[in-house]
Structure formats: C-alpha cells, structure tokens
Design a protein around this ligand. Structure first.
Ligand code: ZN
Ligand code: ZN
Length: 166
C-alpha cells in the first residue's frame, strides 16, 4: 500500500487524475480539495482531505461520493447513522472497481467499528450502565432506571452535516 503523502511527486498526479476522472463521470457534484472528508448535500460537493495517502484519499472520496449517490442528507439517530455508513461503504467498494481501487472488507469493518465504539459509548446509561436505544436525535432514555441524558448532535468527525429539526 502506498504510504507517500500525495503532495509528493507522482502520487499527487495520480490523485489529480483520479479526481478528474471521477468528476467527468459524476458531473453533478463538485470535488473540492480541503482538510476534511465530507459530503455536503446543500452544496452538492464532495470535500476531501488532500493531505492523506493516495489510497486513503481514493477510499474517502469514493465513500463520500456514495453518500451523495445514495442521497444521504440527514439522519435521526446514531443507529441510523451506522446503517448509512455501512451502505455508503458497500457502494463505494462497488464504484471503486471501475477505477481499479479495491476497498477491502477489512477496511470497511475497521471504519464501521469506530462508529460502533462511539455508539456503544453514547448509549451507555450514566447511572446504571445499561445500553439502551436512542429516544430522539439528542436524547437517550434508560428503560432500566429511567435516567435521561443528552448527547451532542454529532460525532467528532461527521461524515456529513446533520440537518435535523428543519
Ligand atoms: Zn439506567
Ligand atoms: Zn460516511
């Protein structure tokens, strides 16, 4: 797996060619180099971190493109987010085949694991430790001890902006 930063030599060229190719195949979306990987439903742009390895960049851009194609523009619960993430990775892996980018199931499961860990932490009742389902976008309620707790609206690195209550 190439470990060079894409700002160096041929990888930068490869990344550019890859983005250009995608852009001509998916002209409905803007592909914008920046600092973070995310899909913006409002602007119809796929933003990507250009300071990562070519492989990671390709994975990330394909993943965000998949969110776009699947019309993922909001989610209500953490659990739903996990589902959307999984769907986006499966589609990204499919699209990747057309560009000689193979996204392994290992990589996908690793990414999803970070979401699972996060969800696991958020869903733990602070008073009794029971893991419970989310009540609403910002509230968890424990069926065991009736405790309620609020969660912030998003994950540290969000795949796209959450647009609830609009
Ligand atoms: Zn509890
Ligand atoms: Zn995502």
């Amino acid at each position: 797996m190439p470990r060079k930063k894409i700002t160096q030599g041929s990888s930068a060229k490869d990344a550019k060619a890859f983005i250009k190719h995608l852009n001509s195949d998916y002209p409905d979306y803007g592909f914008i180099a920046g600092k973070q990987d995310h899909w913006s439903p409002r602007n119809k742009t796929i933003n990507f971190n250009q300071g990562q390895t070519l492989t990671n960049l390709q994975y990330a851009v394909l993943h965000e493109l998949a969110h776009a194609l699947l019309r993922h523009d909001n989610y209500q619960t953490d659990f739903e987010l996990l589902k959307l993430e999984s769907e986006a990775w499966q589609l990204a892996a499919q699209i990747g085949k057309n560009y000689n980018v193979s996204i392994s199931q290992d990589h996908i499961q690793n990414c999803l694991d970070t979401y699972r860990d996060w969800l696991h932490r958020r869903s733990a009742c602070p008073s009794c430790g029971m893991h419970v389902l989310q009540q609403s976008p910002k509230i968890y309620k424990c069926f065991n001890c009736q405790a309620q707790w609020h969660v912030s609206s998003g994950r540290f690195v969000r795949p796209y902006r959450k647009t609830i209550n609009k």
